[in-house]
Design a protein around this ligand. Structure first.
Ligand code: ADP
Ligand code: X2W
Length: 256
């Protein structure tokens, strides 16, 4: 059973259109089983704004105090996950929303409680739970909220969550759906990129911001044996006639 983990970034959730759903339909027609993980950074920022809480990031990760984790979970689980499941159901997909803390789906540990607060990294994925949904004809739609040993909810970056889930499921592919066609260098789409190219593009500033966690988690997934990792657009048809459109991250042994 070939699973494909598809991470839908918050940047593109409001703009997903027929091209995205058509690609998903074609993937399923070709025998792939999608597992969706979503982000929602922009929606969290808007809600924090309403509460007059400034958004604060360190190395691309949101510094998340006790009050903020409540807002993050409320937005991701109560708003973004609902929005994506509804869109999928309207297109006749059998979507099943899962908060990452339900059924110990995403067990996690604090990265650095002093520095980042309630922010985690995944230590264990309950693959049985995810596959239970898949085997029964559902598309799991997973919110990147982890559960720590002390029972606290932890905010997990969506890209890292998707890569961890792809590794744990031994997925055939992991695709990061975002608001650009793939990795662009000097405005041109790069169809394939190696780890050393990624490293130098990051240091020269051609890969920056939200693309950095994407390429880093992509490399960790390829190093862990996920066959192919891609950065693709949610606004264009990304899969057609067995071909993918976007940037493929070339598999390499070493991860920086
Ligand atoms: N080399 C690059 N190619 C394409 N996009 C890049 C690149 N470097 C940085 N970016 C930025 O990364 C953004 C995607 O990351 P992000 O906003 O976090 O999306 P998402 O919410 O989908 O995870 C793009 O919109 C773009 O501004
Ligand atoms: C720890 C951390 O930074 N978590 C992210 C989770 C949402 C996310 O990853 O959303 P995108 O995919 O839209 O960026 C956040 O709070 O913004």
């Amino acid at each position: 059973m070939e699973t494909v983990v598809i991470k839908c970034g918050g940047s593109v959730l409001d703009e997903l259109n027929d091209n995205f759903f058509q690609s998903l339909k074609e993937l399923m027609k070709d025998g792939y089983y999608p597992v969706i993980v979503h982000g929602g950074g922009p929606a969290i920022n808007s809600m924090l704004d309403l509460y007059d809480i400034p958004a604060n990031f360190k190395d691309g990760l949101r510094v998340t105090c006790e009050k903020t984790i409540g807002i993050v979970e409320m937005v991701l689980s109560g708003q973004t996950n609902r929005q994506l499941c509804s869109m999928l159901m309207k297109q006749d997909f059998n979507a099943l929303g899962i908060n990452g803390s339900d059924g110990l789906c995403l067990q996690a540990e604090y990265i650095d409680k002093q520095e980042l607060g309630y922010v985690g990294t995944i230590t264990k994925v309950n693959t049985d739970l995810i596959m239970l949904a898949v085997h029964n004809g559902y598309i799991p739609v997973i919110t990147p909220i982890g559960i720590a040993e002390d029972g606290s909810k932890l905010n997990i970056n969506g890209d890292y969550a998707a890569a961890s889930i792809a590794k744990a499921l031994k997925a055939e592919r992991c695709a990061f759906v975002t608001n650009v066609d793939g990795i662009l260098i000097n405005g041109e789409l790069v169809s394939e990129i190696s780890d050393s190219q990624i490293e130098s593009y990051i240091s020269e500033g051609s890969i920056y911001g939200g693309m950095v966690p994407k390429v880093k988690s992509a490399l960790s997934a390829t190093a862990a044996g996920v066959d192919t990792v891609m950065i693709i657009s949610g606004k264009k048809q990304f899969y057609k006639n067995n071909c993918w459109h976007g940037t493929a991250i070339a598999a390499k042994e070493e991860v920086f």
